[in-house]
Ligand binder design. Structure first.
Ligand code: CMC
Length: 431
């Protein structure tokens, strides 16, 4: 961030205020209003943060109009095509692509932390069997601060590093355990000879009674899903993690807050909601009825998996995800699955419909990820946990960046108060 010579002028009640304009390396300039309240006794109003930069960050850049997503400067299509998830984790966390030796060391560190404390198994069994895996994950990740309290001191860089590695390593184990618990199967322990994605697939789908072979195409598709969800700058769950951490709370508690936020259907819960919607539509002939409902102002129904707050042209993650979906569906020979037929036709009809075109509503990453995950055999309830485990590295990278910033302040938004002015208390008998 650099100061420009530009200033923005605000005139209020006959007085003029010069506001500095900051210039990012990419993206629009930013008007610095930090001193505005002190100088002019006004707040700015921006619910939903549609025009407000809540922090400065060097991790991820998005240009929603152009469909650009860069991690530390590298385009997501290059990372999804040429790199793999753990390398992208390293890039997000430490700012540069690793050398071969650095990558090997990082992968070893992550692999060695994949098991969870044995006593955590009992924590899982306290949940009802029909609990949503996201409910279990929120609880279990929050509880990590009770199991790993030797890495909760955020003022110690070593403890921060250990907590980061622990979370990236254990999140697939926790997500897989949440799944196994809800279907009544035994937990499958991680295996250190497998790569990150294969290990996750095995922990989800293997049973002790027989051998389980991971198909390399499925493992590659899983790794791509992880990579495409790894970070997305200041979205709702990441902002939640930053706000929670700004009070100095421990990292496990903050990531649990991020998971809770991600669960909502307007955010990470959209992949589950999308598949459920496709099932509800059920057959291709019903599609026009649902498109009409999505367009009806008096009907709250929306096409799940369509639209994005930032991408108003196309979602670059969706492009890669679509290619991956075609690959996986062909491999599994499920191109004729009715849900997938509905998905393809819905996409076609919506993209030709003036409502969706004029409002720039395109399929987002969650539209295709649900299709792949369904074809791989994951139940819909596991879609959002998979998003959560992929996004953990993004949350941690943003948390680390914030904690390491000497300017860090507790996040404390202001408000436009619309309640009653001061009034006298009335005793109950006089009301
Ligand atoms: N179906 C029908 N109409 C829609 C949709 C949709 N999916 N999305 C937006 N619109 C309409 C909306 O009704 C509004 O119309 P009008 O201007 O006439 O009032 C207009 O488009 C703008 O919508 P908005 O809600 O103001 O846009 P937003 O930027 O606040 O919301 C969104 C973005 C993602 C929450 C929204 O598009 C949505 O609810 N999509 C469905 C849920 C979804 O797929 N979410 C996953 C996002 S990608 C993964 C992630 O980042 O978590």
């Amino acid at each position: 961030m650099t100061d420009t010579n530009k200033t923005a002028t605000l005139t209020l009640d006959g007085k003029t205020y010069e506001l500095p304009v900051l210039s990012p390396t990419e993206g629009p300039d930013v008007i610095d209003i930090r001193k505005l309240y002190g100088q002019a006794n006004v707040f700015t109003y921006d619910p939903g943060f549609t025009s407000t930069a809540s922090c400065d960050s060097s991790i991820t850049f998005i240009d929603g109009e152009e469909g650009v997503l860069l991690h530390r400067g590298y385009p997501i299509s290059d990372l999804a095509g040429k790199s793999h998830y753990l390398e992208v984790c390293y890039l997000l966390l430490y700012g540069a692509l690793p050398s071969a030796a650095e990558l090997e060391d990082f992968e070893t560190r992550v692999t060695r932390h994949t098991m969870v404390h044995e006593q955590m198994h009992r924590f899982f069994t306290g949940f009802r069997r029909d609990a949503h895996p996201m409910a279990i994950m929120t609880g279990v990740v929050g509880a990590m601060s009770a199991f790993y309290h030797d890495s909760t001191d955020i003022s110690d860089p070593w403890q921060r590093e250990v907590a980061s590695i622990r979370m990236i390593a254990k999140m697939p184990t926790i997500a897989a355990m949440a799944y196994k618990y809800t279907i009544g199967q035994p937990f499958v322990y991680p295996r250190n000879d497998l790569d990150y994605a294969s290990n996750f697939l095995r922990m989800c789908f293997a049973v002790p009674a027989e051998e389980y072979q991971v198909d390399p195409i499925l493992s590659r598709a899983m790794d791509r899903i992880f990579t495409l969800h790894a970070d997305h700058e200041q979205n709702a769950s990441t902002s939640t993690v930053r706000l929670a951490s700004s009070s100095g709370a421990n990292p496990f508690a903050c990531i649990a807050a991020g998971i809770a936020c991600l669960w909502g259907p307007a955010h990470g819960g959209a992949n589950q909601a999308c598949l459920e919607m496709l099932r509800e539509i059920g057959s291709v002939d019903k599609i026009p009825e649902y498109i009409a409902r999505a367009k009806d102002k008096n009907d709250p129904f929306r096409l799940m998996g369509f639209g994005h707050r930032v991408y108003k042209n196309f979602d670059p993650r969706a492009k890669v995800m679509k290619e991956s979906a075609d690959e996986v569906l062909e491999l599994l020979g499920v191109e004729n699955n009715p849900t997938l037929q509905v998905a393809k036709e819905l996409e076609r009809q919506a993209l030709e419909d003036d409502y969706f075109v004029s409002k720039k509503l395109f399929p987002n990453v969650d539209f295709y990820s649900g299709i792949i995950l369904e074809a791989m055999g994951f139940p819909t309830a596991m879609f959002t946990p998979i998003f959560a485990l992929s996004r953990t590295v993004g949350w941690i990278s943003q948390w680390k960046e914030m904690i390491e910033d000497p300017q860090m302040k507790i996040g404390r938004p202001r408000q436009l108060y619309t309640g009653a002015s001061e009034r006298p208390y009335v005793d109950v008998e006089n009301r």
